[in-house]
Design a protein around this ligand. Structure first.
Ligand SMILES: [Zn+2]
Length: 146
């Protein structure tokens, strides 16, 4: 087990609010709860009504852009775990894309975690992109290089 490299673990340490905090929802809120929270806040902080809070309106929309989509939310969650400044998150392993096995039944690429869970490779990942994937069972994270 190796600790997350500096560049990854420090990135967002100064960020004061997560997108979840901005929308005032729990990190495990449903898509519907997030949508309702966004709509209420967007109304409340709309620049027409609240010109002094335009920063907040901007943050709310940023948060919504990421969280409204399941896939971008999932990626955000994985990145957030790494950037959360908590010392109990580690990059468990660094893998290459070819290390993942193809599951023909589910049509998905996966790699087995030592806990028995799986790391699922996002289908639409850009070919040259490095990404971080959280185990679907535990808090371990793998780095996947192209
Ligand atoms: Zn695991």
């Amino acid at each position: 087990m190796s600790q997350a490299p500096e560049s990854n673990s420090k990135q967002n340490c100064t960020e004061k609010n997560s997108h979840y905090e901005t929308l005032n929802v729990a990190p495990d809120a449903s898509q519907e709860q997030i949508r309702q929270a966004y709509q209420a806040l967007a109304l409340k902080y709309h620049p027409d009504k609240n010109p002094l809070e335009s920063d907040q309106f901007f943050r709310i929309n940023e948060a919504w852009k990421v969280l409204q989509d399941r896939e971008s939310r999932r990626i955000y969650d994985a990145e957030r775990m790494l950037d959360s400044c908590r010392e109990d998150y580690f990059i468990n392993e660094t893998l290459k894309r070819r290390d993942f096995q193809l599951d023909v039944v589910e049509d998905a690429r996966w790699y087995g975690c030592r806990c028995g869970g799986r790391y699922l490779l996002p289908e639409e990942l850009a070919p040259a992109e490095t990404c971080y994937i959280a185990c679907d069972e535990c808090s371990l994270v793998v780095q996947v290089d192209p």
